[in-house]
Design a protein around this ligand. Structure first.
Ligand SMILES: CC/C=C\C/C=C\C/C=C\C/C=C\C/C=C\C/C=C\C=C\C(=O)SCCNC(=O)CCNC(=O)[C@H](O)C(C)(C)COP(=O)(O)OP(=O)(O)OC[C@H]1O[C@@H](n2cnc3c(N)ncnc32)[C@H](O)[C@@H]1OP(=O)(O)O
Ligand SMILES: NC(=O)C1=CN([C@@H]2O[C@H](COP(=O)(O)OP(=O)(O)OC[C@H]3O[C@@H](n4cnc5c(N)ncnc54)[C@H](OP(=O)(O)O)[C@@H]3O)[C@@H](O)[C@H]2O)C=CC1
Length: 299
């Protein structure tokens, strides 16, 4: 029998916000040929890798967030590594006017937009009792409000008449009421619900709307903010697949949902977490200690 890697073997990844030094294709390199994707939060972490993997499959991208300097550096790296175009645009997903300007600029530049990835988010550890009203609202506004704002604007400006695909990024936090996460867990659960509502309303306009819920993903701001330093070893024993995921794996999930491979999928949430939420304990005492130590660090 020929020795092959097991089918849960992760693709290569790099921990930093840099492109992969090399890439082995699993799908056709022309899977998204001629397409244009608008990716919120595409200048860092998971959003950056989604942009890279889409571009490696023939797509041009627009990456949108608040920090234009970081976006411009990211766009340069992405273009050099993939040979596709990447347009960096400043925008705050809480401010519809800034997204309207970004979508207008996208259409002026590329004359089309085929894919919207709602990836921008904000998060931190905080118990509900210590969370200010404004802190709760801020995360809801970025995650849930931002997803609605971008979806509505892209729909009205292009998808309504041409069809398109929306890939929302949520999380499994609400599935078992993750401690210290009432703000993000509520915001992401609302995104799962919004995915279904918009899939139903916009299906007749040939718009597919799906969601991807990652588990703990290495080399991300999410892990740096939410997890303990020894997270990798702790999670190895509690996750069925015995490891954290990587950004390339999540990007491959987004690529699948965005592509014609998922042509009959809409209104679903694809969980990509190695089975994590099924088995990882919701550690109340340890999480409170982690929050206290992180709070002390920032004081
Ligand atoms: C899930 C783990 C839970 C527990 C851990 C236990 C065990 C760990 C084991 C396993 C888990 C392992 C991994 C996690 C698995 C999955 C992760 C799931 C989801 C990840 C989701 C993510 O979104 S990650 C993305 C992270 N990236 C970012 O957040 C970048 C963007 N962020 C920001 O811009 C800011 O942080 C912001 C969100 C605060 C927004 O900035 P801005 O608009 O400038 O807002 P401010 O004016 O600064 O603040 C607004 C109000 O918010 C209050 N605030 C801000 N920071 C905090 C904080 N750290 N704690 C409490 N409150 C905060 C601020 O004070 C303002 O409120 P006021 O009342 O003062 O006005
Ligand atoms: N990391 C993980 O393990 C997990 C992550 N996720 C989800 O994956 C996605 C990416 O997370 P991750 O890569 O870890 O984190 P990042 O912090 O790298 O990504 C978040 C991005 O959102 C942008 N952003 C934040 N606020 C706004 C805003 N108001 N307007 C526009 N853009 C904004 C940030 O850019 P800028 O600061 O320039 O605005 C940043 O690029 C998020 O949706 C997160 O919830 C879900 C589960 C697990």
């Amino acid at each position: 029998m020929t020795e092959l890697p097991t089918l849960d073997h992760p693709p290569a990844d790099v921990e930093t916000d840099d492109c992969l030094p090399s890439y082995s294709y699993l799908y056709s390199p022309s899977l998204l040929s001629g397409r244009v994707a608008f990716i919120t939060g595409g200048g860092s972490g998971i959003g950056f890798r989604i942009a890279e993997i889409f571009m490696r499959h023939g797509c041009d991208t627009v990456i949108v967030s608040r920090n234009l300097q970081r976006l411009s550096q990211a766009a340069e790296k992405l273009q050099v590594a993939t040979g596709r175009r990447c347009l960096p645009l400043q925008g705050d997903v809480r401010q519809p006017e800034s997204l309207i300007a970004a979508v207008d600029e996208t259409l002026r530049t590329f004359s089309r937009v085929d894919i919207l990835v709602n990836n921008a988010a904000g998060n931190f550890l905080c118990p509900a009792s210590a969370l200010s009203f404004n802190a709760f609202k801020t995360v809801i506004d970025i995650d849930t409000g931002g997803t609605f704002n971008a979806s509505k604007i892209v729909f009205e400006k292009f998808f309504q008449n041409h069809g398109g695909v929306i890939v929302n990024i949520s999380a499994t936090l609400s599935y078992k009421g993750q401690i210290l996460q009432v703000h993000a867990g509520s915001a992401k659960a609302a995104i799962d619900a919004m995915t279904k509502h918009l899939a139903v309303e916009w299906g007749p306009s040939r718009v597919r709307v799906n969601c991807l819920a990652p588990g703990p993903i290495s080399g991300t701001e999410g892990i740096r903010r939410l997890a303990a330093p020894d997270v990798a070893s702790v999670l190895s024993s509690s996750i069925p697949l015995q490891r954290m995921g990587n950004k390339t794996e999540i990007a491959h999930g987004a690529l699948f949902l965005a592509s014609p491979l998922a042509s009959y999928m809409t209104g679903t949430t694809l969980v990509m977490d190695g089975g994590s939420w099924l088995t990882s304990p919701n550690q109340l005492a340890a999480s409170m200690e982690l929050w206290a130590s992180k709070t002390k660090e920032t004081k």
